[in-house]
Design a protein around this ligand. Structure first.
Ligand code: APR
Length: 173
């Protein structure tokens, strides 16, 4: 399987790149962003300060610093505002721009958190379907990435992602 769903802290992932659910200033925050900044150390704050922020749906890359991962790809998910503000397309773009940035940097294995599923309030089932469908679609078109992990710390979200992957496989068998 090219894609796995794991119940795990993403900062422990030994992959080429972990994706961070960042904010537009790339200043670090709570949630997975806070966990990644704490684990990566001060070097990450300095590197992020040089990037000039990041638009919603875009992605920027830094080294992994003290993480086991070689790189961190910072993407900014949409804040859920009820669904009428292009949130679904923006979330899809987070996955696509992170994967493009990964390919540009020779990344073969990548781990995604549940972008926008915490502080940004995106409905979980919809977010999981977008994550799985976008990544699977990309992998069909592109051979560069060998392994993708969806890494969740919340057991309920873990089940939702497993169900989304199962649905994708049933619908695309
Ligand atoms: N590993 C994996 N997943 C984690 C971890 C971790 N160590 N810590 C938290 N998460 C999960 C949360 O349980 C949630 O399901 O990451 C998911 C995304 O939640 P947030 O981190 O709140 O991200 P998001 O909803 O995209 O909001 C981004 O939060 O901290 C700020 O700077 C960040 O302003 C930005 C906003």
């Amino acid at each position: 399987m090219k894609v796995d769903v794991l119940l795990k802290d993403i900062t422990e992932m030994k992959v080429d790149a972990v994706v961070n659910a960042a904010n537009r200033l790339l200043t670090g925050g709570g949630g997975v962003d806070g966990a990644i900044h704490r684990a990566a150390g001060e070097g990450l704050n300095k590197a992020c300060a040089r990037l000039g922020g990041c638009e919603t749906g875009d992605a920027k890359i830094t080294k992994g610093f003290k993480l086991p991962a070689k790189y961190i790809i910072h993407t900014v998910g949409p804040i859920w505002k009820g669904g009428g503000s292009n949130e679904e397309t923006q979330l899809k773009n987070c996955y696509l721009s992170s994967l493009s940035e990964a390919v540009l940097n020779g990344v073969k294995s990548i781990a995604f958190p549940a972008i926008s599923c915490g502080a940004y309030g995106f409905p979980h089932e919809r977010a999981a379907a977008i994550a799985v469908n976008t990544v699977m679609g990309f992998l069909k078109r592109n051979d560069d990435i060998e392994k993708v992990y969806f890494v969740l710390v919340d057991e309920n979200l873990f089940k939702i992602y497993c169900a989304a992957l199962y649905d994708y496989e049933v619908n695309n068998a």
